[in-house]
Design a protein around this ligand. Structure first.
Ligand code: 5CA
Ligand code: ZN
Length: 407
């Protein structure tokens, strides 16, 4: 479907380019986030379109935007896929509770998300794919899994047999490193149904939910129903990107079950790993809890924009925290960031001079080391405080790498 407008990203022709290194959840190590060829691929799990876009969402997409910008700066082509989970239990529940058609709710929230992403100058995905646009592909994938024995029925629903699927390419735990008991507990918390009778293993996830009265459903080779959650991202990744993906990303609430089991589905369907590296952003909290739709403790990007807040301030409030950190947002974060935008803008307004600045090298070095945006912001602060006016390269680098246009 339609994505959002691409911000201008100026080329920065001077200095030494750097390939990023990222913390990989699967190995627990810092690893090169680099493709074998000259095209990097990225898949970031997209929104379930209701209660969008809160600052937690924005923080996750901004983390991967920083990676995207580093890759572009390093001269790579980037293919980036993002999905929207536009049919799923929580979305249907919200639609029912508010008396809105679920399709209308999803369309309206996806449009709001596009506007927020454009305002924050997030470089858009190459492919922005709604699950409802690929239901036929998901159904065929589920049918193949049933045929090869990794998919099985519980009544009319279809589940994925994690034990049967664990083979040389993927074994349960490869992505998350969790033990079986921890998986059962998390699965209960995060949309799974570990106690359903008839399942071969409590961790086995739903591949296809058979039609229930009042729920949307599609006809297909496994009977009328709708996609399970993890299979949607496996199918969308395989249909848009060459596997394994260079980096698979999302918030750290997706490590298990979502990314673990998407990787399992991909191994079973494609015989290959889903991704070379799994990167996860921390959770942004507000008033003592993770910012989440179910708790309702949300700060919306659109609301801040509506109050006239400069989107560069929102961006800098988030960039001031390392992407892997779990942190709690307060109004002071935004106030500090807006003061910073003012200082940086005043500096940029002094006209350009002094060709000897090393700022671009400092920014690249900080960001290439696991996207250390706080260090990058501090490097700009130091340059601003030095009393020297900016160079044209300084301003281009701040725009290209941090997405802050001071012109
Ligand atoms: N549609 C699925 C992914 S396929 C989903 O998790 N949707 S979501 O709307 O709940 O979240 C969208 C993205 O924002 C995910 O990558 C999720 O990990 C991330 N996210 C959700 N809440 C927060 C939060 N409080 N802080 C940081 N990231 C968050
Ligand atoms: Zn996903």
């Amino acid at each position: 479907m339609r994505s959002w407008p691409r911000p201008s990203v100026p080329p920065v022709a001077v200095g030494e380019k750097r390939m990023p290194r990222l913390h990989d959840t699967a190995s627990g190590a810092l690893r090169d986030a680099a493709p074998a060829g000259d095209t990097a691929t990225l898949y970031v799990c997209g929104i379930t379109p209701y209660d969008a876009t809160h600052l937690g969402h924005a923080n996750t997409y901004l983390a991967f935007d920083t990676l995207h910008r580093l890759w572009l700066d390093a001269g790579l082509a980037v293919r980036y896929t993002q999905n929207t989970t536009d049919v799923d239990d929580p979305l249907l529940e919200r639609a029912a509770a508010t008396g809105v058609d679920w399709r209308e709710l999803a369309a309206e929230q996806t449009e709001l998300f596009r506007e927020d992403m454009a305002a924050l100058r997030i470089v858009p995905p190459t492919d922005f794919v709604a699950v409802t646009d690929v239901v036929g592909d998901v159904a065929s994938a589920v049918a193949r899994l049933v045929e090869d024995g990794t998919g099985y029925r519980v009544e009319d629903d279809v589940y994925f047999d994690v034990k049967a699927a664990s083979n040389g390419t993927w074994s349960l735990g490869d992505v998350s490193g969790l033990g079986h008991d921890e998986m059962l507990a998390l699965s209960a918390e995060r949309g799974g149904d570990p106690d359903r009778p008839g399942k071969r293993d409590g961790v086995d996830p739903l591949l296809w939910r058979a039609h229930r009265d009042g729920e949307p459903s599609w006809d297909g080779p496994v009977g009328p129903g709708r996609p399970g959650w993890h299979i949607e991202c496996s199918v969308i990744a395989a249909s848009t990107l060459r596997l394994p993906i260079t980096v698979k990303g999302g918030g750290n609430d997706l490590v298990f079950p979502h990314h673990e089991l998407s990787a399992g589905h991909t191994a079973a369907l494609e015989g290959t790993s889903l991704a070379s590296l799994y990167a996860h952003a921390g959770m942004v909290g507000y008033r003592g809890e993770k910012m989440s739709k179910s708790l309702g403790n949300l700060v919306f990007v659109s609301k801040l924009r509506g109050q006239g807040v400069d989107p560069r301030g929102i961006r800098l409030a988030l960039l001031a925290h390392h992407y892997r950190e779990d942190w709690e947002y307060t109004d002071a974060d935004l106030e500090r960031a807006l003061a910073r935008v003012e200082r940086w803008s005043a500096w940029a307004g002094r006209g350009t001079g002094d060709p000897g600045s090393a700022l671009v090298d400092e920014l690249r070095a900080a960001l290439a080391a696991d996207l250390d945006t706080p260090a990058a912001v501090a490097a700009v602060d130091a340059r601003v405080d030095s009393g020297q006016p900016p160079t044209a390269t300084d301003l281009a680098a701040i725009d290209a790498l941090l997405g802050i246009d001071l012109a």
